[in-house]
Design a protein around this ligand. Structure first.
Ligand code: IDP
Ligand code: MG
Length: 162
């Protein structure tokens, strides 16, 4: 069924996705990007960054009481992270589905963590867990001028928008 342009625009969302240092070091950037791209989601921002430990602590502030917090922040700040923003209908929730469960031992085969990672401390990828965190994380990692806005050539075929 064809959607109209307004309904489509109203359902568009953005999420923050990051390939952690283990995913970068293991050469999994193209594999991971391909999964989001082939699905039909649209890349609107991307950069390779070396976050400081205090930046990592900001990113994971919700987890500061957890015993693994310090090691997690050391790890995130240990090497390059590929920071991205992906756009699409339902991309926040579905991005988490593509990623799989936090613990790769529990992630389904077919998911990124299920197929490509083994332990929770090296689960290769981060994805925002809801609309509020998506907004906060995009603002933390990107300046407004680093976010692009464009109509992809595929859009009418992915969404059936007339
Ligand atoms: P998520 O990445 O699936 O959203 P969160 O619960 O938000 O999972 O945890 C953030 C990150 O902290 C995880 O991706 C993982 O790298 C790490 N982490 C979570 N639980 C544990 C644990 O029990 N031990 C070690 N690291 C953990
Ligand atoms: Mg999380």
């Amino acid at each position: 069924m064809l959607q109209d342009q307004e309904a489509h625009a109203a359902q568009m969302e953005r999420t923050f996705i990051a390939i952690k240092p283990d995913g970068v070091q293991r050469g999994l950037i193209s594999e991971i990007i391909a999964r989001f791209e082939r699905k039909g989601f649209k890349l609107v921002a991307i950069k390779l960054v070396n976050p400081t430990k205090s930046f990592a602590q900001k990113h994971y502030h919700d987890l500061k009481e957890r015993p693994f917090f310090d090691g997690l922040c050391d790890f995130l700040s240990s090497g390059p992270v590929l920071a991205m923003v992906w756009e699409g209908e339902g991309v926040i929730k579905y991005g988490r589905k593509l990623i799989g469960a936090t613990d790769p031992q529990k992630s389904e085969p077919g998911t990124i963590r299920g197929d490509l990672a083994v332990v929770v401390g090296r689960n290769i990828i981060h994805g925002s867990d809801g609309p509020e965190t998506a907004k906060d994380e995009i603002n933390l990692w990107f300046k407004p001028e680093e976010l692009t806005s464009y109509t992809s050539n595929q859009e009418k075929w992915v969404y059936g928008v007339n």
